[in-house]
Design a protein around this ligand. Structure first.
Ligand SMILES: O=P(O)(O)OC[C@H]1O[C@@H](O)[C@H](O)[C@@H](O)[C@@H]1O
Length: 333
């Protein structure tokens, strides 16, 4: 006999804006996520109180060829405009398919809310990027509401030729007020400044705060980055694997006005922190596979400036457990 748990829909395929296919992931405690097949684009991630954790522009266009403004666009096979392809590559504005038979993952988990998507090159794509590949993305919502994205990209070419690419999970975090936000875990690192022709600098100071446009690629960062939202008393924790770099982007007022699918004041409520591989591109020989993973979680934080240094707590906790903090008590002494 079926019990209530059998009726609960962890994964549901339905129609989203403009009739586009989307997959809704739900967990029993109430958290949820939405993934559009257009771009394999995560457009929503809600905690178990129903609070939206990702920023999506009210002017976002859910229609090809424009990528959806907000959520988590995937930049592949080219990050930014450095290369022959369109800005951030084409994966974010292609229609992906549901992958019905993904190769198994080495680790067995009990997660039930996940979807596997796949992108293969169309004839048109092969003209602009002449390589054979399979790009598999698994999006998982954990029982505690954590959001995991795992990309597996394989060179399926039979011609013996390697290919190279750069990559980013271009996550738009929803923040209460950008002036009240700080990012920890990137201090003292080297970065390439996209606003200064990718010139290399070293970050000074204790943490990153925002008072003007920022567009930096931090290179070889630690695997954990914390984004503290003082007003919301919430900290996002981003963990990454296979993705050495991290982009921090906020367009601020002037640039925001020049972006047609972004509201004039939207920059105040968004911050992009992007797990990425940019400085050194990834090269795959035929038969080789690359894996890049990001895991997002939140912890409530009653953080006051100077009271607590989350990067240090993250570090200490991570080195003790080999993992990162997963609940408020891990942050609060
Ligand atoms: O407007 P797009 O193509 O989505 O890009 C948005 C921004 O994405 C960031 O990742 C880049 O570092 C910025 O330079 C860019 O402006």
């Amino acid at each position: 006999m079926a019990d209530a748990a059998d009726d609960f829909k962890y994964v549901e395929l339905c129609k989203g804006i403009n009739g586009l296919d989307k997959v809704v992931l739900r967990e029993v405690r109430g958290s949820s996520a939405e993934v559009y097949l257009y771009g394999a684009h995560v457009t929503s991630w809600k905690n178990d109180h129903g609070d939206e954790l990702l920023f999506v522009s009210s002017k976002a266009i859910f229609k090809p060829p424009k990528a959806i403004r907000g959520g988590i666009p995937i930049c592949f096979p080219q990050f930014g405009s450095h290369g022959t392809l369109e800005q951030h590559g084409f994966a974010r504005n292609r229609f992906w398919n549901i992958d019905t038979s993904p190769p198994p993952f080495p680790t067995n988990t009990t997660n039930r809310a996940f979807v596997d998507l796949i992108l293969k090159p169309s004839d048109e794509d092969s003209k602009i990027w002449p390589h054979s590949y399979e790009f598999r993305l698994r999006v998982t919502l954990g029982p505690g509401g954590d959001l995991m994205l795992t990309s597996r990209i394989r060179n399926t070419g039979l011609d013996g030729k390697p290919f190279s690419f750069t990559f980013a999970y271009h996550t738009y975090f929803s923040v209460s007020d950008i002036s009240e936000v700080r990012v920890e875990g990137l201090e003292t690192l080297d970065y390439l400044d996209n606003l200064k022709a990718r010139e290399r600098f070293t970050e000074q100071g204790d943490s990153i705060t925002f008072e003007s446009e920022m567009d930096k690629v931090y290179v070889s960062t630690p695997t954990k980055i914390a984004i503290l939202d003082h007003e919301k008393k919430r900290t996002f924790v981003l963990r990454k694997d296979g993705l050495p770099d991290a982009v921090v982007w906020n367009p601020w007022d002037k640039k925001a006005k020049s972006i047609p699918d972004l509201g004039d004041d939207d920059y105040k409520h968004m911050l992009c922190v992007e797990a990425a591989c940019i400085e050194k591109s990834i090269t795959l020989k035929p038969g080789e596979e690359w894996k890049g993973r990001q895991e997002l979680s939140t912890v409530p934080s009653s953080y006051c400036s100077g009271q607590l240094d989350p990067s240090k707590v993250l570090e200490a906790y991570g080195s003790l457990t080999g993992r990162g903090p997963s609940s408020a008590k891990d942050f609060c002494p």
